[in-house]
Ligand binder design. Structure first.
Ligand code: NAD
Length: 340
């Protein structure tokens, strides 16, 4: 049956909507759309969507996307008239995402990028929905030195290394999405997301910025894995959400890097966290962990020229906001600080 928007708001499905990026995306989308958030909480957190659950334009479905999802059979979606209006946009952010989760959830990570992505693409075919897939800078692999990656670089990946479930999973997903586009006409875009940070990141999943903040607030030296002079980039969450929405709305089929071009050495970032928190514990340099990879930097010329998107929040501003959030939401951390 042909699906047509009949309500004044389009229906949008956000897979992985209870995760870090997904929940911020839902916060923004719910202002103008009906949002169907699907998540199985494998790495997400119910608290991330607590406030959203109070909105009449937000519905949550707990579901493992490795299994097909029949939206017509969900009574809570009757209010969005899904049976008649269908779904206009699908954002696929459902994938366990953090260095430590690769070790804990390798099969789930592979299946999120294969079976779960296929199930979502089948929904995109059924409803003729626009599809945005959250890919990753991980598909490029480790750079030979500190180079910027353009979208036409094919990557250099170890298919059996400690990060392969994520890196190869993301590469497979890109191919799956692209081939659904070519053979079944799905209107898709691939967002190659580089490091993103901000409120609601998990404190204990092995990512550098939460690790630095936790160490500072608990008065332990900030641990730098590898060379403190190596560079990295971090995009603040509100900029990332803005980029994802622009990418969905402006219909530029294809592949786009999204990340911050603002380069900092790891040592500089650690110093910035220490300065903002006012803590003087210093840093400790240790050997890199096997699952941590040297990272390439984003060349965002394509999305800048196509959509006029580029990040607005500086690392220092973003870190201040993130540290404030962590202090406010993780009582034990601010208590430690007050004890001094
Ligand atoms: P996250 O782990 O916080 O969110 C992922 C969400 O997907 C979680 O809520 C999880 O419960 C859910 N999920 C996973 N498998 C599922 C399944 N089978 N069924 C239903 N729900 C499932 O991660 P994030 O940082 O918000 O990342 C979101 C997306 O962006 C991911 O695809 C990730 O690979 C990509 N990405 C993120 C970053 C970053 O810096 N955060 C960088 C590159 C790419």
């Amino acid at each position: 049956m042909p699906y047509k928007q009949i309500l004044d708001r389009p229906n949008v499905l956000v897979a992985g909507g209870a995760g870090f990026i997904g929940s911020h995306l839902c916060d923004e989308l719910v202002k103008t759309k009906n949002v169907i958030c699907v998540d199985n909480f494998i790495t997400g957190n119910e608290e991330n969507i607590d406030l959203l659950l109070q909105s009449s334009h937000f519905k949550f479905i707990k579901h493992d996307l490795q299994e097909p999802l029949d939206l017509d059979a969900q009574p809570e979606l009757e209010i969005f008239q899904v049976r008649f209006q269908g779904v206009q946009e699908i954002y696929n952010l459902a994938c366990p995402t953090s260095p430590r989760e690769y070790n804990r959830l390798p099969i789930e990570t592979l299946l999120a990028n294969s079976q779960a992505t296929k199930n979502l693409l089948d929904l995109a075919v059924k409803y003729k929905a626009k599809f945005l897939h959250a890919s990753s800078s991980a598909i490029y692999g480790e750079p030979p030195d500190h180079v910027s990656f353009k979208e036409d670089y094919w990557g250099f990946i170890d298919p059996v290394g400690p990060r392969s479930c994520y890196n190869e999973g993301k590469r497979f997903a890109e191919s799956l999405v692209t081939n659904y586009g070519a053979s079944l006409g799905v209107n898709f875009r691939l967002a190659r997301i580089f490091n993103t940070y901000g409120p609601r990141m998990k404190l204990d999943d092995g990512r550098m910025i939460p690790d630095f903040i936790v160490h500072a607030l608990t008065k332990e030296p900030l641990v730098i894995y590898g060379d403190p002079q190596s560079h990295s980039t971090f995009c603040y969450i509100t900029d990332m959400v803005d980029g994802l929405i622009k990418l969905m709305e402006h219909d530029p089929n294809g592949t786009f890097n999204l990340g911050s071009p603002e380069l900092h050495t790891l040592g500089e970032i650690a110093e910035m966290v220490l300065k903002i928190t006012g803590i003087t514990v210093g840093t400790k340099i240790v050997e890199p962990l096997p699952y941590l990879a040297r990272q390439g930097l984003p060349d965002i010329t394509k999305i800048k020229e196509t959509l006029g998107w580029f990040p607005l929040i500086s690392l220092e501003q973003g870190l201040k906001l993130t540290i404030e959030y962590f202090k406010a939401h993780h009582g034990s951390l601010s208590l430690k600080q007050e004890e001094e």
